[in-house]
Design a protein around this ligand. Sequence first.
Ligand code: FES
Length: 105
Amino acid sequence: GVVTFVSYDGEKYEAPLDEGRSLMQVAVDNMLPGIDGDCGGEAACGTCHVIVDPQWSEKVGLSGPVEEEMLSMNPERQPTSRLSCQMAVSQEWDGLVVQLPEFQI
Ligand code: FES
C-alpha cells in the first residue's frame, strides 16, 4: 500500500504503508519534509500534524483525547486533523492522502 503526503504548496510525496509503524515513523523513515516527530511519538510536540483527506477520515478515524490536547492549541487545526504519531498504519489505507499544514515545511 501507498500513502501520499501533500505539502501546503501542493508537492506530493509517496511512501510505502509499513504496517507496525506509525504514520509519523513512515514519514521519518522516508525522510519526507514537513514531519519532524520531535517528541518521538509521544503526542507531545505537535510536529507530526497531518490533515487527513476528508474522504479517508472515516477509515482512519478522528483524533482521540490525547491528540486533542496538542491539536486544540494549533491554529492550523482542521476537523480531520490528526497527530500522525498516533496513527498505527494499516494496509487497508492503501491510497490514503494526507495534507501537511502550512507551517510544517
Ligand atoms: Fe510529537 Fe507526534 S511526534 S506529537
